[in-house]
Design a protein around this ligand. Structure first.
Ligand SMILES: [Zn+2]
Length: 160
């Protein structure tokens, strides 16, 4: 029985618990689903076959900084479900995450739910795609583009 003045920590989360968000990434080589947390070092690899995983995650105002801190270039997709051009470019970005697995991370931000990140990148027109390297914006693409044009625009940043 705790003495007077002692506090209960039973309901407190374990201080060593990993609170980083978990994303479910599907391996393009073997189809295995991997639970991956953001990391500023390296790129995620499949636990089953070791192939680089397509790295596409949904982030929020509270997880954005953690997700955007990556060793590879990050494309931030500022989008909304009601935006037609966003729905056009969304699957293209998912394809790019597969095509450039190990070289690129796509971080999706729903602007309706995440006003802080939207404001930070002044995403007044969507889709707005920010290319970040080392956390710093190096390019800004406003409006949807066909895949070949988006690849041409991103290639210099991907070393491709
Ligand atoms: Zn695999």
């Amino acid at each position: 029985m705790p003495g007077f003045g002692e506090r209960h920590y039973m309901d407190m989360p374990d201080a060593t618990e990993d609170t980083r968000p978990v994303s479910l990434l599907t391996c393009k080589s073997c189809g295995a689903r991997n639970r991956i947390r953001p990391s500023a070092k390296g790129v995620p690899a499949c636990g089953t076959c070791k192939a680089a995983l397509p790295w596409l995650v949904d982030a929020s105002d509270s997880t954005f900084d953690t997700e955007a801190d990556a060793a590879v270039p990050v494309v931030v997709d500022l989008w909304a479900p009601w935006c037609g051009p966003c729905r056009f470019v969304g699957p293209i970005l998912a394809e790019l995450a597969r095509d450039y697995a190990g070289k690129l991370k796509v971080v999706k931000i729903n602007v309706d739910d995440n006003p802080r990140t939207s404001e930070r990148f002044q995403a007044y027109s969507i889709p707005t795609m920010m290319v970040l390297k080392g956390g710093q914006p190096v390019d800004r693409i406003v409006g949807a583009l066909p895949k070949d044009q988006l690849v041409a625009r991103l290639a210099p940043h991907l070393g491709a």
